[in-house]
Design a protein around this ligand. Structure first.
Ligand SMILES: [Zn+2]
Length: 115
């Protein structure tokens, strides 16, 4: 994960604890997760229940996260908020389905009598 991505999620790369390497051994992950008290989530300081290693250019660092923040980082989701964004999302899915079915149907969503 790049430093900018971390910053977008409110995480300062420099504040993360140093990790032993970019590829910790199979023993190092469970050891990290079983540490008491648990390593704090990099976002909210609640108990971290997942861990990973990230290197944004200044060396490998542990990225400990609570479950909600681990999910947020794993599946960043921009929720459409305007009618236009919602219609664009529906149109995009319809185009993907048409492409998967091998159809070349021009798709358009009409929003009012003027189109
Ligand atoms: Zn958290």
């Amino acid at each position: 994960m790049h430093a900018e991505e971390l910053r977008q999620h409110g995480i300062d790369q420099a504040s993360l604890p140093s990790a032993p390497g970019t590829e910790p051994t199979r023993q190092e992950f469970p050891t990290r997760l079983n540490t008491l008290p648990p390593a704090p989530c990099a976002r909210c300081s609640e108990a971290g229940i997942t861990t990973n290693v990230t290197d944004a250019g200044d060396g490998p660092r542990w990225l400990d996260l609570c479950w909600p923040h681990a999910r947020e980082l794993a599946h960043p989701y921009h929720r459409p908020t305007t009618i236009e964004e919602i219609l664009d999302a529906i149109l995009e899915v319809a185009k993907e389905v048409a492409a998967e079915m091998g159809l070349s149907v021009p798709l358009r969503i009409w929003t009012d009598e003027e189109g």
